[in-house]
Design a protein around this ligand. Structure first.
Ligand code: ASP
Length: 320
């Protein structure tokens, strides 16, 4: 008789406040992120055993404060996700991550991974040693979401709310419900161990634009792409300096619907003439810029400046 192999959920640890500790008992600030191993995080939540019929497998990818996220951790994480997704026994992946750059990692993975099964990022706003930490519930919700048969694609869950990689951003430095998806809205909720999708249906998976980069990502040279803001008194000096330093791309965080200080606009035109790729993203936290007829650069297709920077780096790596 053949025994069916048990499916598994892989939990990849990268650090963050969810793995943070403080020497001051119960403190919510002034802690050190990325201290507790992912195996220990799982062991602290006995209810995980009931959250899914799958086995849980833990793997430590990194142990950092996500404010210090770098290309080598990104490459390692994306590579391991791709390997696990290629394993038919893997029902889903959970990634424990710091809140600070979670939206960037989520977008990177969305651009790289063909995720026909869920890849769920989660985090915490309070360290594991807090009086009432939020990490254990978020981890439980993430495993519930990763085990949900209708779920797919790169998702994140925190404070019971499910967000998609494109729209999510951290909007608050302290409160537990620190993430929002602007006017696109959240994708659903995890409530008492069940997933409830907004509008009654799971979101469809979107094909990644840069999957071809995955095999060479670990050794790839990431092109320098910087973000420059348009603001009162922006004189464009920083753009000229970046061009001088060999920048390959610039994302300009423009005012409103892509408007720019005229001095900055002139400097960006000089950058384009020097062969630098420029994209305009709105610095408004909500809404989506409309394309501007005749603009000398493309807009960021509704991405925030930090996500537009990731897409432009990948685009330049892809030689697109
Ligand atoms: N600095 C921390 C990090 O992003 C913040 C957090 O996780 O909430 O790793």
């Amino acid at each position: 008789m053949q025994v069916a192999a048990t499916r598994k959920i892989v939990v990849l640890g990268t650090g963050g406040t969810i793995a943070g500790t403080s020497s001051v008992a119960g403190a919510n600030v002034g802690y050190t992120a990325g201290q507790i191993g992912v195996q220990q995080l799982l062991a602290a939540v006995p209810a995980l055993a009931q959250a899914s019929p799958c086995n849980l497998e833990a793997e430590q990818i990194a142990q950092i404060d996500s404010k210090d996220m770098d290309f080598s951790v990104w490459a390692r994480l994306a590579g391991r996700c791709a390997q696990h997704l290629a394993d038919p026994l893997v029902a889903g992946i959970v990634i424990t991550h710091g809140t600070d750059t979670l939206e960037e990692t989520a977008w990177l993975l969305r651009e790289l991974l063909a995720a026909s099964r869920p890849v769920v990022l989660t985090c915490a706003m309070r360290p594991a040693t807090a009086l009432v930490p939020d990490g254990p519930q978020n981890l439980l919700d993430a495993v519930t979401l990763a085990a949900e048969p209708s779920a797919c694609g790169v998702l994140m869950v925190a404070a019971g709310v499910v967000h998609g990689a494109r729209a999510v951003s951290k909007v608050h430095p302290l409160r537990l419900d620190a993430f929002a998806s602007g006017d696109e809205g959240s994708l659903g909720w995890v409530e008492a161990g069940r997933v409830r999708w907004a509008h009654g249906r799971a979101p469809a998976v979107t094909a990644p634009r840069h999957a071809a980069l995955l095999p060479g990502l670990a050794t790839a040279a990431w092109p320098r792409v910087e973000i420059v803001h348009s603001h009162a008194g922006a004189d464009g000096c920083v753009v000229d300096w970046l061009v001088d330093k060999g920048v390959r791309g610039i994302v300009v965080a423009a005012t409103g619907n892509g408007t720019l200080h005229r001095a900055l606009e002139a400097a960006l035109a000089r950058a384009v003439a020097a062969g630098v790729a420029v994209r305009a993203a709105s610095r408004c936290p909500e809404g989506r810029m409309l394309a501007i007829e005749g603009a000398p650069w493309r807009d960021a297709e509704g991405l925030s400046p930090v996500k537009a920077r990731i897409s432009l780096m990948l685009e330049l790596m892809d030689g697109a």
